[in-house]
Design a protein around this ligand. Structure first.
Ligand code: URA
Length: 256
């Protein structure tokens, strides 16, 4: 069992650290190991933006591998849904209290799991996938994927409150990282964060004197969809998957 609480299932037996690049790419269906070796020698393969050399290793769970400039999906059968989560649903596969779950809103097969968590009362965009590697990269704070929220709050925030939201708010579990915060209506804040502390937006807004009345996630990295009604879902397009992978900042990946 992994020690990392952000590590998610989905990579099967191959979960487990760096492997030879040609092995990882052959498993992803790019070509045979022999041909991939030639591609590496021809400088057609890069890992996290660096041209690879023969003998290099990569971790399918962490690294972004490109061939001829295109990001390679390390799990060819991966499926990822974008769901507009309605309020009053729980972000889990199974709720012992019998409350409606987000899993009940998407197809039962192939089995997917939510990427990160939205609170029971929070609405908006949520990804569900069977691709453990992508889920890991999207949820681990060290990869810095942006999430944008619209928060309808009590009271009318003044510039000072917005400044604190931007600079960092002192919470029980530490100070929040710099964020973007803009007032887009008398009681409406647009907040963009790239961490995933529990109930972070609600706690940040409450800490500056403006408890949240309604919270909607409107963007995950480059993904937004204003046409998706609450409770509706759709599969990501190939271009969206590539855009999402590109939004994962490999330079902030954990050291190994
Ligand atoms: N921040 C929160 O407070 N709640 C969520 O559901 C997501 C982010």
């Amino acid at each position: 069992m992994s020690e990392d609480p952000f590590r998610l299932p989905g990579l099967g037996d191959d979960e487990g650290g760096p492997e030879r690049l040609q092995k990882v790419l052959a498993r992803a269906g790019v070509a045979s190991r022999r041909v991939i070796e030639d591609m590496i020698v021809a400088k057609r393969v890069s890992v996290n933006g660096q041209i690879a050399t023969l003998g290099d290793k990569a971790d399918p769970l962490v690294d972004t591998i490109e061939v001829d400039g295109s990001v390679i999906s390390l799990m060819p059968d991966a499926i990822t849904y974008l769901l507009n989560k309605p309020a009053g649903t729980i972000t889990t596969s199974d709720d012992p209290q019998g409350r409606p779950t987000v899993i009940e809103l998407v197809p039962a097969e192939p089995r997917v799991f939510p990427v990160g968590r939205l609170d029971f009362d929070t609405e908006g965009l949520l990804l569900l996938t069977n691709d453990g590697g992508m889920a890991h990269r999207l949820t681990h704070p060290s990869f810095g994927v942006e999430k944008e929220y619209l928060a309808h709050v009590e009271g009318a925030p003044k510039p000072g409150a917005l400044r604190i939201l931007r600079q960092g708010v002192e919470l029980d579990d530490g100070v929040t990282a710099p964020a973007q915060a803009a007032l887009i209506g008398d009681n409406m804040i647009r907040l963009t964060i790239h961490e995933g502390k529990n109930r972070q937006v609600r706690r940040m807004c409450a800490a500056v004197g403006h408890p949240v009345l309604r919270l909607v996630r409107t963007r995950i990295g480059p993904l937004a969809d204003r046409q998706l009604a609450p409770g509706q879902w759709r599969s990501l397009t190939n271009d969206e998957v590539i855009g999402l992978q590109k939004s994962i900042n490999p330079n902030t990946a954990p050291e190994r």
